[in-house]
Each structure stands twice: as C-alpha cells, then as structure tokens.
Design a binder for this molecule. Sequence first.
Ligand code: NAD
Length: 441
Amino acid sequence: MSKKADTRELVESASQPSADMAGAPEDFFKMHLTQLRRAMSHSPLEDHVRLILSEPKNEVIVNFPVRMDTGKFELFTGYRIQHNNVMGPYKGGMRFHHDVTLPEVKALAALMTYKCALLEVPFGGAKGGIRMRPREYSRTEMERITRRFTHDLGNNIGPEYDIPAPDMGTNSQVMVWMMDTYMNMHGANDKNAQRRIVTGKTLASGGSRGRGKATGQGVVYCIQEWADEKGFRLDGSSFTLQGFGNVGSHTAQILSRLGSILTAVQDHTGTIHNPQGIYPRKLIDWVEETGGVAGYPGAEEISNEDYWKVECDICIPAALELQIDEKVAKDLQCRVVVEAANGPTTLAGEEVLLERGIEVIPDIMANAGGVVVSYFEWIQNKRSESWQLQEVDSRLHFMMKRAYHEMRGFAREHKVDNRSASLAVALDRINKVYVERGVFP
Ligand code: NAD
C-alpha cells in the first residue's frame, strides 16, 4: 500500500476502534491522524473534506548550500508544509532543530489548521523548518542560513499566501532576517507592503507588542479558565516546566505573578528542582548567561527521569513532542497537563492520564496565544497601526476564553475529552466552509 493510501485510510476509517495505534512506536503524524479520526467520530465530515484534510496541500522541500565562517560549505534541507488554506492564508512557525523531519512538520502544519479554526483566526495551517542544530552556528552563519532558506522558498511564501513565525530554535531576529530577505526580493516601491510576510518580528522592525510573551500568556489564560471552572486556587499552587525557551520562560513569569510556584524545570541541559520555588526572572538571567538551566544555584539538580515524578498541581510541557508516554503518564503527580508544546502527549500517555483523572488541555487550545497575536501583528502591519499592549492582551484574552469554553462546552455535551472536543469544534468550522464553497472545478 502506498504511503498516501495508508494515511488517507487512517483518517477515513473514523468508525474503527482507535486502539490500533496505542502501544505502537509513536510516529507524530500517524498519532495526529488517530486523534483526528477520534474527533471526526464526534463531528461528522463530508467524505471529500475528510480526504482533503488527510494530506497537506503542498510539501515544499529545498536543499541549499551555505558558506560557513571557515569558508567551507554545508548543505541544508529546509521544509515548508502547507496543510490547508480554506480558512485563510497558510500560517505557522519555522523550526530549526536537529529532529525536524517531514512527518513531524506535516503533523505540526495540520495542528496549525485546527488551531486557527478553533480560535477563529482567519488563517490556514503550515509549518516549516530546517534540520540543524542552531546552537552550533555563529550569528553570521545563522543569518546566511536564514536568508538563503527564505530566498529558496521564493514565492512559496507571501504576505497573503503563507506567513511564517518563530518556533523552536528561531526567534524575532530570525524573523527580521526572513522579512528583510523577502522585501529585497520584491519591487522597491512596495517593499513595506511585504512586512507582514512574517510575524513574531522585533517591535522595532514591525512586530506587535505582546507577541514575545503571547504563547505563554495564552497558556496562563487557559490555566485561569481551568482553575475557575474547578474552583481551584492558583495562589499557592505549584507547577513544573519542561522547556524554558520563549514559551516556557514567559509562562513561568506570568503564572508566578498569580502566586503559583515553579518547583522544577527541565531543558536540554538538565533538570533542576526546588520545592520552595524557583524565581523565573533569576532563572532567565542564568539561562541567558550560561545557555541552559543546568547549574542554576537556586535549585538542586535531579535526574531527567525524576523530573516527571515531581509532585505539582500543573505540569506544563513546553519543549518537544511525544514526551509524556505511558510510563511518564503513570509517574506524573499532577492535576492537569497543559500542553504548551505541540504534541507532547502520546496516545497511550493520554489514555493513562485520563484514566487517572488527570485533565489535559490540548496543544491547539493551550498554545494558541502565539498565532492569535501573530494575527494581530499581521493586521497591524496591513493597516499601518501600532496597538498598545493592553489592547493586544484584552483581545487575546477574549479569543482564548471564547475558544476554551467552546471546547469545554463540546466536551461536556458529547462526553468526550478536551482534545477530541477542540478538534471537533475546529473540524465543524472547516467542514461548513467546504460544504458552502464546494470543490473546484
Ligand atoms: P525555544 O527554542 O524558545 O525553547 C525550546 C526549549 O526546549 C528550550 O528551553 C530547550 O532547552 C528545551 N529543550 C530542547 N530539547 C529538549 C529536551 N530534549 N529535553 C528538555 N528540554 C528540551 O522554543 P519555543 O518557541 O519556546 O517552543 C517550545 C514549544 O512550544 C514547541 O513545541 C513549539 O512548537 C511550541 N509553540 C511555540 C510557539 C511560539 O510562539 N514560540 C507557539 C506555539 C507553540
């Protein structure tokens, strides 16, 4: 059977039991298709919509050479996967990481389609990236890699067509290099109209206030809604974080201002623990100075395995996918898992969590703050406006809250878990548009 037929079948067979994936070696894209299939059984779709969503619309792969500081050349592989644009231009992050693979980027692109639909952001879904270890390259090498990648993507991206943003291993500086390269590839007299080719830029170069912290802010808005619903006091509660980059560090700062105490952090350099609390601001300074959380003087180091056993109220994975598997799910001692990262929980892991009564706030809901404020940045660039932080935050709050309650309302009404509910709400919106518009020709 061809690979295409295989993935389509996974999505099409919504009525089949889903246990087939549980326990199998987890492949992120296949895992996503299984989650989708479960959601589809609660949100009936037209057959053609099912088919369309089973594969990305476009898969762009570029191999390009870049001169290193030594004068030698390296060849890089870059991806841009455009999953669906029925709701608006393709939108999604660019990831620079050594684990970037085609199936991973396909899954991440699909998640963007559903995230935007759930939040009613008028964008479709895309994702891209380069398979590389960004920490091993100098700033000048990073700039050349980014610029050459942007150049080689050519018109496969565009301000009304496909709009990249930061993700793991990329930041506002990388976005500004992408923007500048794209602007220079286009006519001198409409250069500025191209600024919204990327979002997540620095404020000085056309970014939005509040974009840096947006994903973390959105994570915290979700936690507040969850706490309100459960009658749970955040003041005096505890949380742990895997990942202390953009999303993790902002989540830590904002959540700790509500009185919640950060007790353990894991990143690529190690795991630290302090039951009395870790100051997020001090840890940010330490990470900026040393490159990671390891060795932070205000906490003791524990093993990476022990991280998942640390007792807490809120467990926040904010790094990689497929982290909470069956074993980790059995170890976790928390009330709720809030997926700040994309795809951090495996199918088997989620089954265990739900059996144990640990709630999961799924990725497309929990980390949607980033794309919401990216949308605000795009609008501001388009209208030559500059919004105040208060306006950004209050609009973000409104959209996160609305989507959260739509997800919870669906989950209660249909007696399903939050992941199926969030995907089902999104699928229903996409299905309606396809039914109204039909399929060309
Ligand atoms: P980042 O590059 O700023 O930070 C990544 C963090 O993960 C770092 O602290 C790094 O040390 C840690 N990490 C890497 N490998 C690890 C490992 N093996 N074990 C433990 N920790 C490890 O990335 P980010 O932008 O914060 O993104 C984190 C997650 O959030 C990703 O899943 C991303 O897709 C998702 N996300 C990001 C945004 C955004 O706006 N940046 C929006 C939505 C979702």
